[in-house]
Write a protein that binds this ligand. Structure first.
Ligand code: SAH
Ligand code: SF4
Ligand code: F3S
Length: 465
């Protein structure tokens, strides 16, 4: 098509930003945009940003520096390049972005991106327009349906935001400010979207929320449903074989949700349950509102319900006031729990959060040393976990062509990438495979039988026996 505008979208940050980028792509596709993977070719560059740590936020400005050059070159040759900043930096900094980077034509927050097509037009006459409202209308109602293809190719796995925002206010975290108050989408809206995704070939859905297990949406019966109930309902959708959810808070692991882990074979035996720290003093200072032993007990309950469950977590080292002995408590907790994988970060002072202004900030070299020790432990746990897979039989969802032309790559129930011979099946198939080898971050497997192309949820085996 001639005359079609091309957009380049780049996302930083968490899975919710990945989801938002897809939805923004769908909104722009409905407005006549095509995707490009080259900034040089783009008519519109959209940066979907993350504010969680200083490094993430600063990346945006270095990218905007490069884009400014591109925009100036374009103008010299008589063309036009529009630049938009979306996501959590947009929400947190608003007009400050345009002041610091005048090449930005518009700024759009995570709750107003359904207005993207309209904003790109407005910005032509009024560059520097900022829309970071929390509008009364629901962006999800205003966005195009997921039945139509967007700009970002869809594979057999997809994200689906069911809950957004956070009311927990951990002392280090910007999310309650960038994403606003906790809101759950109604069950009917979630089901409709999941059905559209399943009809387009999606086999696995990961439900997203900054606090997804605090989900309490209006149910099909008019009552509040919790996440466990929502998962049960989603498992009934034809074609959906696997369900996951992320990210969870330990305080919201309700009995109903734990029961879903026991009763729902489609719910994968892998749970991301961040704890951040293992010292009660640090946890209190972080305003996490639970102790390390509370967390241990939650894990015990989950493991009792689903013995083959694997855990992942998030950790922060060097929170203000964290002593050597506090840090040793974190190491002990990691040893007690045993993680299949984990993310760990040095504490980053974020403007506007309660912890940023505290005395007792931990020196950078101490943070680095603690992070190194923690990551060494977490990496060795994850390597052990991967090694323990060798010889086991499990179901693999084939996701994409492999790096080698004779391979295809899928995911285990535990989210590990699994490489198989191309003859194992096609993208979207679920295959039973025996794990032959384990590397640092992936597994090599051999398919046992022909693929099951039309899985029904009740046939799905959660993980290795
Ligand atoms: N809602 C999730 C976390 C969302 S943010 C939860 O409650 O666990 C993702 C991760 O980023 C957090 O788990 C935390 O480990 C890390 N993080 C958040 N703020 C941070 C900060 N100021 N410095 C370093 N890491 C941070
Ligand atoms: Fe941030 Fe805490 Fe909310 Fe998670 S629970 S998003 S860490 S404030
Ligand atoms: Fe970053 Fe916003 Fe996600 S701050 S981690 S993109 S919610």
């Amino acid at each position: 098509m001639t005359g079609t505008k091309r957009v380049f979208i780049k996302s930083y940050g968490c899975q919710m930003n990945v989801y938002d980028a897809e939805r923004m792509g769908e909104a722009l596709a409905a407005d006549g945009y095509r995707a490009t993977d080259s900034m040089e070719e783009a008519d519109l560059i959209l940066l979907n940003t993350c504010h969680i740590r200083e490094k993430a936020a600063e990346k945006v400005y270095s990218e905007l520096g490069r884009i400014r050059q591109l925009k100036e070159d374009r103008a010299r040759s008589g063309g036009r390049l529009s630049v938009g900043v979306a996501g959590c930096v947009a929400q947190a900094e608003g007009a400050e972005i345009v002041r610091r980077a005048p090449s930005v034509d518009f700024v759009v927050g995570p709750q107003s991106y359904h207005r993207l097509p309209q904003l790109t037009r407005e910005a032509v006459d009024k560059p520097g327009v900022v829309d970071i409202d929390f509008p009364a209308e629901d962006k999800f109602d205003a966005l195009p349906s997921r039945a139509k293809p967007g700009l970002i190719a869809r594979g057999p796995t997809a994200f689906l935001t069911v809950q957004e925002g956070c009311d927990k206010f951990c002392a280090f975290c910007v999310v309650p400010y960038t994403r606003g108050a906790e809101v759950s989408r109604p069950v009917a809206a979630v089901i409709a979207e999941a059905e559209q995704l399943a009809a387009s070939g999606v086999r696995e859905i990961t439900l997203l929320g900054q606090n997804v297990n605090a989900y309490h949406g209006e149910g099909e019966d008019g009552r509040d449903w919790d996440l466990g109930r929502l998962l049960m309902r989603l498992a009934e959708i034809d074609g959906l074989a696997r369900l996951r959810y992320t990210t969870s808070h330990p305080l919201d692991m309700t009995d109903g949700l734990i029961a879903a882990h026991r009763d729902l074979p489609a719910l994968m035996p892998y749970l991301h349950l961040p704890v951040q720290a293992g010292s009660d003093r640090t946890l209190a200072a972080m305003n996490r509102r639970h102790t390390a032993d509370d967390y241990r007990r939650v894990i015990d309950r989950i493991r009792a319900a689903r013995p083959d469950i694997a855990l992942s977590g998030d950790f922060i080292v060097g929170f203000p006031g964290e002593s050597d002995s506090d840090f040793e408590d974190t190491m002990r907790l990691v040893e007690d729990v045993g993680y299949a994988s984990a993310y760990s970060f040095k504490y980053s002072q974020r403007p506007g959060t309660p912890a940023a202004g505290r005395d007792e900030q931990v020196p950078e070299d101490v943070k680095s040393e603690r992070l190194q020790r923690l990551q060494a432990l977490l990496n060795s746990q994850s390597a052990d976990f991967n090694k323990a897979m060798v010889g086991r039989t499990m179901e693999v969802l084939l996701e994409k062509p492999g790096r080698r032309s004779d391979q295809i790559t899928g995911r285990s129930p535990y989210l590990q990438p699994v490489h198989l011979d191309v003859s194992a099946g096609a993208v979207g198939d679920l295959v039973q495979a025996v794990i032959r080898d384990a590397g640092g971050h992936s597994l090599v497997a051999e398919a046992l039988e022909p693929p099951r192309a039309a899985a029904t949820p009740e046939l799905v085996l959660g993980g290795p026996a």
